[in-house]
Design a binder for this molecule. Sequence first.
Ligand code: HEM
Ligand code: HEM
Length: 290
Amino acid sequence: MARTSWRPSELTTSATVWYFLRASGAALLVLALGHLFVTHYLTVPAQTGSQFVAGRWTNVLWLAFDWLLLMLALSHGLTGLQGVLKDYLVGRPGRLLVTTATAGVGLVFFAIGSATLLTADPAALRAGVGPLSGQRWLGELLSGLLFLVATVAYVGLGVGAVWLVREALRGRPLGRWRFAGQWAWALHRLTGLGIVGFLLVHILDVTLLPLAPDVYDHTVAAYAHPYLLPMEIALVGAVLYHALNGVRLIVIDLLEQRARVDQRRLFYAVLGLTAALLLPSVVVLLRADH
Ligand code: HEM
Ligand code: HEM
């Protein structure tokens, strides 16, 4: 039977989760935004092939950076996903399943990502050889997954846009969706889930580096495909929005100002800053020699 109230142990857990999301979010400001700066502002995704990575992974500090990013992005993202799923599953068996499944996915992907970082040899990357070299089907499979992620994102955005336009044309108020804080919350949730989905595919993709750098380069080249460009822009926009809105939440909570601040102004400021920071990466992407 569905329960309507939480036990004390669950309240302690949710407080821990609340603090963890804020502390890991603050660390990800450096790690995730630093990673995006390297892959989307200093260069473009299609040019981050095995030669590019070999240059970075000769430096142990970049390996440590990537390992911290792996650990925190996975634990933060999957803890967030767990909270979202538990919002809709109130019964004990469902909640237990969600906890077990997200923890299991986290451990498996953390092991895969760590193995990639530990086994990648910059010399082999430069030579473009690995135990699975030549297995083109692997590259096709992973590029296929990227196209699938893009298609899911486009369909989701398209359905949302059609719904908004239809409601506006009918002159209907957007139901209970009248406050800036509600839109900020929904966008934070959507962007968080989108980044988690991409991250899981991305970790599998990066696994190809030590296994078959030649096949990896084939997958990375797919990033130049016009069908994937809007997804790359949307991904940077999603990370920027989620990070800036995360800062907004952390700051107003730390200052205990949630009830007093003008949510509408802050939300517009976050949107404006997201657009301003996104613009240079779009220019870099569109002007790149793909
Ligand atoms: C870049 C720096 C980041 C910051 C500052 C940040 C901040 C936050 C904060 C403060 C929350 C809690 C929101 C709340 O309690 O209502 C949160 C939730 C979440 N974050 Fe992040 N985050 C960052 C990066 C990421 C990344 C890289 C991912 C995905 C791998 C991610 C996925 C999520 C998810 C799925 C949630 C749950 C959303 C919800 O409950 O509606 N975040 N983030
Ligand atoms: C299209 C967008 C992206 C591109 C082209 C890209 C590119 C790369 C590249 C080339 C590497 C290899 C190591 C390096 O050079 O640092 C890497 C590793 C990594 N990236 Fe990204 N990245 C993208 C988006 C993201 C996002 C949004 C996240 C999540 C916050 C992320 C998290 C990671 C992690 C955790 C690793 C280490 C993976 C492992 O150890 O298996 N990346 N990425």
